[in-house]
Structures are given as C-alpha cells and as structure tokens.
Write a protein of this length. Structure first.
Lengths: 326, 142
C-alpha cells in the first residue's frame, strides 16, 4: 500500500448495515475506488482496529464516510476520533444525515425502549429483569458496554460535517459520483448535500390530475389498490414526494409504493415534516371541522409518516420528555 | 403562573386590525403576547410554528379572518386544514394541545382579540414554560 494514496475510512453508528451494502453495491466500481484509495478502517468488511486510526496523524485521513445516527458513547467516541483525523467527513445515508429510522426513537424515551425490548415483549423471557448496564461485575471481572443515550442525534449535531450523502441507502451511482468528486476535489460549497436539487415530484413520471383532487380520507398503502400510473396523493395515499429530494431513481414509485421521504428535505426546506403537513393539508376535503378532523384522523401517525427518517433533524428534535407517556 | 411567551400570528386584513382596535380600546393583555403580522393566516407555514417553539415560544396562536371573510377568499381555509393536520403531530411530539391554537378575529373585534389572547396566555402560563430538548449533543453526554 502506497502512502501517497488518499486514506479513507468507513464507519457505522446506529444503522442497519444497508449503507455498507450500498458501498458493496458499487460492484466493479468499488474495485476502481479500492485501487485508488487506501482503506484504513471499515469494521464491517475489513480487519482494522481503532488503534490503527488512533495512530494516524491529524489530517492524515482524507475522508471519513460515517453512516448511522449517534446514540451511544462508543459511536460518539469514534465519530469524534475520525473527525480529528480526517480532512473531510461525509455523513453517509439518512441516519447520519437526518437521523433515519433509529431517529424515530426520539418520539419515545430510553426507559420505554428498554422496557419494550428487554422486559415486556411477548418473546422476551426475563424474570430477573436484566437490562443492559454500562458497567457490570461478573465474578470479579468488570465488563462494560457503551452508554445508551436518552435520544438519537444526527451526525452534525455531534461533529462538524463537510458533506451529506442522502438516502436509505444512498444510490450506488450517487456514491460513485461523490467519490469521484472527492478524489478530483471537485466539490460544491461545504455543508452541501451531494445530490439532486429537485423534489421527487419534479422527477416523478406519474400523471397528476389537472384539477386538485381532495380526499375525505387518506389510505394506507395496504388499504387500497394503487393505480401505478397516477400520482399517489391524487389517489389519497400519503406520499412524501413534495418535500423530499429526488435522486433515488424513483425505486419505490416504480414498485407502486409511495415515497417515505428517505432522501430528506430539499435545500430550501428546513423541516421536512412541516413541509409535508402543508403538502398533505392541501388534499384534505371537508366543509366542517368535524369532517376535516375525520380526514386528518385517517393519517394515523403523522409524526412517524412525515418524519420517518428525520425526527432528530426536525425543528422539534424529539418528543418533549416530561409529556411522553401521558 | 410564570412568565411565558405566546407567539401570535395575526393576518394583515382582519386580526391585526382586531389587535389594533384592542389597543385603541385599551384592552389589557400580557407583554408575553408577541404579535407577528403576516399578510394572511394562509401564509403561516407549519415550519414557522415549529420554529417558534424551537426559538422559545411556549405557545403559538394563529389568528385569521372569520370563515368566509378572508381577503384572499380561501387563505384561512388553507390555514385551518394545515393547523388541523399539524395539531395531532405536535401532540406526538409531547406539546400539549393547549399550546397551539387557531382562531378567528375580525378587524372590529378588539374585545374578542383581548379575550382570546388573555385566555390562551393564562392556559399556557398554567402549563408553564415549554422546555424543548437541545438539538446539539450536550457536553455531559460525552
């Protein structure tokens, strides 16, 4: 391995592993990338140790791709370590960018998550009520686990982030063009999202009715057979296209499923969920408050639907703790 | 009852007139009621309401023209749809429903303006300040 090659690190925090999969999905392109860079850390695929990264000089690492949201001490520690060593940090995928699916945990509390996961689930048998602790002493030996935080954070709420690669997961062509741009140093202004500047609705090929179609109720995708040619919102199915960045290749739409918003908000939107409220409200039908409320009630989980990948990045950030559970 | 901030959006054509008349009539209302004039209640983006809460408002009140009276014909109806959809989402975020309200005040209803803001201010004050969690990772977590 030559020292002149740019050094690259991949790391995962609170994520599912899909982002790592997306890197592998580069197929042959990955081999070209691997040939032109020196990978110094990639826990999911290669055997390097944290001390290898600790041994690097500051600025020795050209770029660190970090996926996953931040919710434990270990994730924060490694993200901070990589930030110190890397010239550039890229938040890779929805979780690092806006909080992602793990970010939905901000609508509840750590206590409730522990109760559900370790005590109350029907498949859990835990008569002693054992829950993970940071420190446990077993036969005189002290064992430790990373501390689990009260809430989930986006990467940029912890460390300075240079660029964002959106998507759950990011698309291989998007990753490849970002890698090329980084290697050629042909990048937009710091803090940019490396992706399309258009809304998904702008690139969607489904037919939109000339006249707005209003709905007395909305449908969940399983409650109705969707026409594969027509706009989901016009059919009364909540689709996050209006507030979501394009660039995913319309994979969900082509599979006749509505957009769930994984590419995150557009550059001119601060809060994806609030923008979705505006978009969906325009389709509500009703002459009275009662009728409108009935239509609103047909969207059963507004926060989870409009912020499926973005609760920690939202303006409200998390459910107000003292009120959670009431 | 502590000091709270009630962010109040008033539309240019009706509710601001109502607030103006309230002033002329010397209707008392607390200094914590902070008015922001917008052209129409339909201009109030849900992002503005969330941003209000983020920036320290303990309650947000949106006032528009009475149904049928909107200067732009349907702006207040648009506002109503948005606010009705936003309300349950705010509750999911643990923000009590009393902290967020949409109501109608015409330009001639100074008394009504005073009544609405005073009542809502008292309700929000009895709930106390809204302490939203900080977004940035706090040092004690490190």
């Amino acid at each position: 391995m030559s020292d002149s090659k740019p050094k690259v690190a991949f790391y995962w925090c609170a994520s599912c592993g899909g982002c790592e999969e997306a890197v592998v999905d580069l197929n042959a392109t990955l081999l070209h990338v691997a040939a032109s860079v020196d990978i110094v850390l990639w826990p999911v695929a290669m055997d390097f140790k944290y001390r290898d990264v600790e041994a690097l000089a500051e600025g020795d690492l050209t770029v660190a791709f970090i996926n996953g949201a931040i919710r434990t001490d270990e994730q924060a520690h490694i993200a901070r370590l990589l930030r110190r060593k890397a010239v550039m940090v890229v938040a890779f995928g929805s979780c690092a960018h806006t909080g992602g699916i793990p970010g939905l945990a901000n609508l509840t509390t750590k206590q409730k998550i522990f109760q559900t996961s370790y005590l109350n689930s029907p498949t859990v048998v835990n008569p002693e009520g054992t829950v993970p602790k940071v420190t446990t002493v077993v036969d005189g030996v002290k064992a430790t686990l990373p501390g689990f935080w009260e809430q989930v954070h986006t990467l940029d709420q912890l460390i300075d982030v240079d660029y964002y690669l959106p998507g759950c997961p990011p698309m291989p062509d998007n990753i490849a063009s970002a890698m090329t741009a980084i290697l050629k140093n042909d990048l937009p202004v710091k803090g940019s999202v490396l992706g399309s500047k258009k809304a998904l609705c702008d690139t969607c090929t489904r037919k939109k009715p000339e006249k707005a179609v209003l709905h007395k109720r909305f449908y969940q995708p399983h409650e109705i057979e969707a026409d594969p040619e027509i706009c989901f919102l016009a059919q009364g199915i909540v689709c996050c296209g209006p507030a979501t960045r394009s660039g995913c290749g319309e994979k969900c739409l082509n599979g006749n499923m509505p957009c769930t918003g994984c590419f995150g908000p557009l550059d001119n939107i601060v809060d994806q969920g609030a923008a979705m409220v505006s978009a969906v409200a325009a389709y509500l039908d009703g002459q009275t408050v009662a009728e409108l409320d009935a239509a609103v009630a047909s969207v059963p989980d507004a926060a989870g639907t409009f912020y499926r990948y973005g609760v920690p990045a939202s303006l409200l950030f998390r459910a107000n703790t003292k009120e959670v559970g009431k | 009852m502590g000091d709270v901030k009630l962010l109040t959006f008033v539309c240019n054509w009706c509710s601001y007139g109502g607030a103006d008349q309230a002033g002329g009539l010397k209707v008392f209302y607390p200094a914590g009621v902070r008015l922001i004039k917008v052209m129409c209640s339909g201009r109030v983006d849900p992002q503005m309401i969330l941003n209000g809460f983020r920036q320290g408002a303990d309650g947000v009140l949106v006032l528009g023209c009475h149904p049928g009276d909107c200067h732009y014909k349907t702006g207040n109806y648009s506002a109503q749809k948005r606010m009705l959809l936003l309300a349950p989402m705010l509750r999911q975020f643990g923000i009590e429903k009393e902290r967020f309200q949409l109501n109608w005040v015409s330009a001639g209803e100074g008394e009504r303006f005073g009544k609405i803001v005073n009542e809502m201010y008292a309700t929000v004050a009895s709930l106390g300040p809204l302490h939203l969690a900080k977004q940035l990772v706090e040092e004690d977590m490190a």
